[in-house]
Design a protein around this ligand. Structure first.
Ligand code: UDP
Length: 339
């Protein structure tokens, strides 16, 4: 099979490309490196079935060509990460809404299946856990920047489903819940890479808010397995499906676990939300997926223990730091600090 992955040099995209290549498929990736990194796919570049295009999804001609080449389009290109959303709301909205529209438009001309990546953010501050795919979305006011991300991804979902209903365009939507693993950058606010970097550097591990808020962290390998399985069944077409685990952990407990696994002496500190993000920032206390639908459609439930994922992330950070540390200390510090 031939696949196009928009955002293929990103965290999830690069793992997906790797998995598809490993099973013998051909992969085209389109990425403008706005949040992705060439480092994520460098090891794939020698594979003759891997084709890398450094460009934006707003390049209509290239997008059309790549859609033509592919049988399925994974649309993962998006502005993600709470920090990025709070700091660059215009970019978030434009990338997410305009980008998805471009991809759907190009794919619908050839009726190529589009797999749209969405997020658990769309459930907003709903307290009815576990979140079922058909539950109401509870978003805060438009004056609070954080909700623009949820709104933009909800609009992506509406657009995707409209192409399915009105134009018979085959689509699948996955709502990812806190995916974690090697190559995820902490630059845009994601908690695990930030904690791991802080633990390894021996700097304070910064828990935002009370630390009592909880999340369910899903290993990226499980996420990829879920994606591949969803694609493998016709029953997924036209559906919105949660992808994640339902093992919940508080952010305080996560900080302790990372500290312990890294053998770190970092202190754990608490930072108020308005200092960490912006005044009036609203967080959600719990975020737990219902996995019934994923399980019913694919027979799969992610199950990698969080400790295993944390260890892999720690190893990844060590591996990235090791050669640089040996040669030029200053560069090593810069590389780590930017992650
Ligand atoms: N968080 C934290 N310290 C950090 C980064 C994030 O305590 O350095 C918190 C954040 O406020 C949230 C949780 O960790 O409550 C998960 O944050 P992330 O941005 O990874 O995911 P999301 O908020 O989208 O669930």
């Amino acid at each position: 099979m031939r696949y196009l992955i928009t955002g293929g040099a990103g965290f999830i995209g690069s793992h997906l490309a790797e998995a598809l290549l490993a099973r013998g498929d051909e992969v085209f990736i389109l990425d403008d490196l706005s949040t992705g990194s060439v480092e994520n796919v460098r090891h794939l570049k020698t594979n003759a079935r891997f084709h890398y295009f450094y460009d934006s999804i707003s390049n209509k001609h290239l997008l059309a060509e790549l859609v033509d080449e592919s049988e399925v389009v994974f649309h993962l290109a998006a502005a993600v990460g709470v920090r990025l959303i709070v700091e660059s709301p215009v970019r978030t909205l434009e990338t997410n809404v305009y980008g998805t529209q471009q991809v759907l438009d190009a794919a619908s001309k050839k009726k190529k299946l589009v797999f749209t990546a969405s997020t658990s953010e769309v459930y907003g501050k709903s307290e009815k856990v576990p979140f079922h795919e058909d539950a109401d979305l509870v978003l805060g006011p438009t004056t609070k920047g954080r909700w623009s991300y949820a709104a933009s991804k909800a609009l992506d979902e509406f657009l995707t489903l409209s192409y399915w209903k009105e134009k018979n365009q085959p689509v699948i939507i996955a709502r990812f819940f806190n995916t974690v693993g090697p190559r995820q950058t902490g630059r845009y606010g994601m908690v695990l890479p930030n904690f791991v970097r802080q633990a390894i550097e021996g700097s304070p591990i910064t828990v935002y808010g009370s630390g009592q808020q909880s999340r369910c962290f899903c290993d990226v390998r499980d996420t990829i397995e879920a994606i591949v399985r969803l694609l493998g069944t016709d029953r997924s077409v036209g559906e919105v499906v949660n992808v994640g685990t339902n093992e919940e952990i508080s952010i305080d407990a996560l900080a302790c676990l990372v500290k312990e696994r890294a053998g770190s002496s970092s202190p754990i500190t608490h930072v108020p939300y308005d200092q960490a993000y912006e005044p009036g920032f609203e967080d959600m206390l719990r975020r737990v997926p219902s996995l019934e639908k994923l399980s019913r459609l694919t027979g799969f439930r992610p199950s990698t223990p969080l400790t295993e994922t944390i260890d892999r992330v720690i190893d990844h950070f060590h591996a990235r730091l090791a050669p640089a540390t040996r040669s030029i200390d200053g560069i090593a510090t810069t590389a780590a600090a930017s992650d």
